[in-house]
Write a protein that binds this ligand. Sequence first.
Ligand code: SAM
Length: 235
Amino acid sequence: MRFHIITIFPDIFDSYLKESIIGRAIKNKFISVKFYNPRDFIRGNKSNYKPVDDKPYGGGPGMVMRAEPILKAIETVVKKISTLSRKRVTPQEGNKKILIINFIPSAEKFTTNYAKTISKKYTDIILICGRYEGIDARVDKILKTKKLSIGDYVLTGGEIPAMILVDCVSRQIEGVLGNFDSREEERISSSEVYTRPEVLKHKNKNYKVPKVLLSGDHKKIEDWKKREKNDKINK
Ligand code: SAM
């Protein structure tokens, strides 16, 4: 899977992509992540220089990211993908399938199920990270982007949503997690987990691991995890 991130702040991603599971996935070539800065796609000299953002039509306090630098950046990505795909040897690899995602707080929610679907369906995912009041809506109309939200809150930019998507889609790719079957969604997992010591002493109080987890009875343990999960969902 190749991720292509359109952002005016590529450095934000640096440490996240170097560490742990995602860092290893890049090193072992299960995924790749490339950046394209819309600022690099603004042509002109001092007299006709235009910034990446401009005032919104209809008024309003914030600025809007201009369509042209983003469209040019994506055009470059698509050309690059075509070249890469031609170099691939097997017909399957040569068959490029590109998804373009624009992050919008009020759009359809991104889910693990969606991550699973797109991890199988596409070879390349282009992620547009909006800033300010967002990007000129004509980008969506021209490119027919998939609009996604990561939750009911507003962040300052699309970089964290892009990182979330890269992380969640990557763990659906076989080889990225040490043990593919260890994905929580493929088994009964619980958010209430325990490790040693069996009895934790804290400020004169003892905090014990639930007895069932020490029982060795797998059926009982699975039932407990199921119940614990359902209780939390229904709260
Ligand atoms: N004016 C926009 C609106 O009302 O939808 C919000 C713009 S927000 C300040 C700037 C950028 O952050 C957005 O273009 C989007 O890329 C990203 N963003 C913020 N919150 C997000 C969320 N919950 N999900 C996905 N993207 C988000």
